[in-house]
Ligand binder design. Sequence first.
Ligand code: DAT
Ligand code: MG
Length: 150
Amino acid sequence: MERTLVLLKPDAVQRGLVGQIIARLEGRGLKIAAMRLMEMDEALAHRHYEAHVGKGFFPGLVSFITSGPLVAMVLEGKDTVAVVRATMGDTNAAKAAPGTIRGDFAIDIGRNLIHGSDSVESAQREIAIFFKDGDIVSYRRDTDPWIVEG
Ligand code: DAT
Ligand code: MG
């Protein structure tokens, strides 16, 4: 089973969309393996978004992501990285397809509600930023065989 890091960004918390967003991810059959409400400081933001340091939008991104509490989660399941990315929709929420989280709830690239790791390697790096091994819980659900065959 594959794991990914999901952040429900400060706009999701402020707008009261945390429950609806989690419901969509759970609804696909993804399993919550870790979850916490927290604030990101500047150092953490630089670490998490290291690939974007120096870009024009980076200062705005840091100020937004550190502006209030967010929900960090580890999700687990089949092809989780790709499934979460598809469920999120396009980075530019204005272009995100209806039916996706961004396409249904957001309209701006700088207020796009959710982060999901973009590869298995990124997921491993990002999960380690937010969670210790002991924070991640492995468990079986009786529904698992009804979600993934085999
Ligand atoms: P994603 O969050 O879909 O993985 P990304 O990794 O390319 O997108 O960028 C990280 C975040 O930075 C993105 O969610 C919103 C912000 N961002 C990216 N490109 C931007 C741009 N051109 N203008 C403003 N914000 C941008
Ligand atoms: Mg990204």
